[in-house]
Design a binder for this molecule. Structure first.
Ligand code: UGA
Length: 430
């Protein structure tokens, strides 16, 4: 017999909140998503999705009867059995995660005695759960369960990651809440792992830090490959065939970005510092990631002599392909440094919506790769959009002022690119 469908209030209509809400609705639950941003709610109520995430728009459209959006707190909370906290936790000036949005949701639940559980999906420092638990107790909600349920979905694959996760982590100290959330995910295709609240909070930070470590590690090996004549692609492939190491997150490039790795690795480092223990490995992982962008600029300088007056094309602006997300994208760092060195920056990206602020207001955006390349002294592939593999590079070479191409994601074939006349550079390949 199937467990009953639940009524769920989701707080936060960002990437995580929308995907969680839409997927829970698709599983049959009744979901109300609440956000405090009137623009966002207006769009969602009109059937539009404010972010790009493959499959999300369809999923929301398909589940209209079970999924609604509101600005109104009471509308979200009334009748809800489970409150999901999916608001963002940006870094604060001190480096600690800013939990003000989490607290504002928790405080707003003080009269919701009918709830069965409050669940935090937002990434929070270890120990946050016990503070939320204490706040619920103080508000007379001692009978309401608490769980940490961290999210492991990656942007661009979030819907399918949610439906087919490697694991569902439920951190809670009470059995009823563990059962409730296990049942909530019953038709999700992945194992449920129940643990303490603190462990669940740590799993999220540790997993992202280890993924970032793999990337920084292979990026360092790539640098060494450049100095020794080895080919990092061959090395990474064979290293990854060891089942203890695995093939994933060994793609070298100009570094990791996005809304999660940079923020979560800083948050973990800060969490450690607060305990008086300094995470040495993680600090090096972060430093290697910064170095990767400095090395990219240095490569261009070595080729061009000076960047002053040079016209440089940045191809791909988002932090990875398949998303419109520019948060902590390497392209922002590269554009700022290039401009500071006196270069002219020309950009192409099929989906990015850069903020109307520096460095982007000082750059020129083109709608085609060919236009961005025209008259350029150098081009950098920053994001491995598949469109870039389709460009007629043999044609494009003649339109550049100097045919310097730095493939920061090892997207193209060095032999073919050199045959086409490029002075072709990539990461860790001869
Ligand atoms: C990441 C994690 O992969 C998710 O498991 C996690 O849930 C999510 O953060 C989060 O904390 O919410 P995401 O930020 O969407 O997901 O992006 P990834 O696909 O992990 O890529 C992160 C960055 O690493 C990108 O800039 C990408 O270009 C880079 N990367 C990734 C590499 O340079 N090499 C690789 O081999 C893999």
């Amino acid at each position: 017999e199937k467990p009953p469908y639940r009524r769920v209030a989701v707080f936060g209509a960002g990437y995580i909140g929308l995907v969680t809400g839409a997927c829970l609705a698709d599983l049959g639950h009744r979901v109300v998503i609440r956000d405090i941003d009137p623009e966002k709610i207006k769009l969602l109520q009109a059937g539009e999705v404010p972010i790009y995430e493959p499959g999300l728009s369809d999923l929301i459209g398909r589940n209209k009867e079970r999924l609604s959006f509101t600005l109104d707190l009471a509308e979200a909370v009334t009748g809800a059995e489970i409150a999901y906290v999916c608001v963002d936790t940006p870094p604060s000036a001190s480096g600690d995660a800013d939990l003000s949005r989490v607290w504002s949701v928790v405080t707003s639940l003080k009269d919701a005695a009918h709830l069965r559980a409050v669940v935090v999906k937002s990434t929070v420092p270890v120990g946050t759960g016990s503070r939320v638990r204490a706040a619920l107790d103080a508000a007379g909600l001692g009978h309401v369960g608490y769980a940490a349920n961290p999210e492991f979905t990656a942007e661009g694959r979030a819907v399918s990651d949610f439906m087919h996760p490697d694991r569902i982590v439920i951190g809670t100290s009470d059995e009823a809440t563990a059962r409730l959330l296990t049942e909530l995910h019953e038709s999700v295709d992945g194992p449920v792992v129940v643990m303490s609240v603190r462990s669940a909070e740590m799993v999220k930070l540790a997993a992202n830090a280890l993924l970032a470590t793999k990337i920084s590690f292979i990026n360092e090996i790539a640098t060494l490959c450049e100095k020794t004549g080895a080919d990092v692609e061959e090395v990474a492939h064979a290293v990854g065939l060891d089942h203890r190491l695995g093939p994933h997150f060994l793609r070298p490039g100009i570094g990791w970005g996005g809304s999660c790795f940079p923020k979560d690795s800083e948050a973990l480092r800060q969490l450690a510092n607060n305990t008086g223990y300094h995470l040495q490995l993680l600090s090096a992982v972060i430093e290697v990631n910064n170095l990767q962008k400095r090395r990219a600029i240095q490569k261009l300088k070595d080729e061009l002599g000076t960047l002053a007056g040079a016209r440089v094309a940045l191809l791909g602006l988002t932090f990875k392909p398949g998303t419109d997300d520019m948060r902590e994208s390497p392209s922002t760092v590269l554009a700022s440094r290039l401009l500071a060195e006196g270069a002219e920056v020309h950009c192409w990206d099929p989906m990015a919506r850069p903020a109307a602020a520096e460095p982007w207001t000082s750059t020129t955006r083109h709608t085609s790769v060919e236009q961005a390349l025209e008259g350029a002294d150098a081009a950098v592939i920053v994001t491995e959009w598949p469109q870039l593999a389709q460009v007629d590079w043999t044609q494009a070479v003649a339109t550049m002022r100097r045919p310097v191409l730095f493939d920061g994601r090892n997207l193209l074939d060095p032999v073919a690119m050199r045959a086409a006349g490029y002075h072709y550079l990539s990461v860790g390949r001869p």
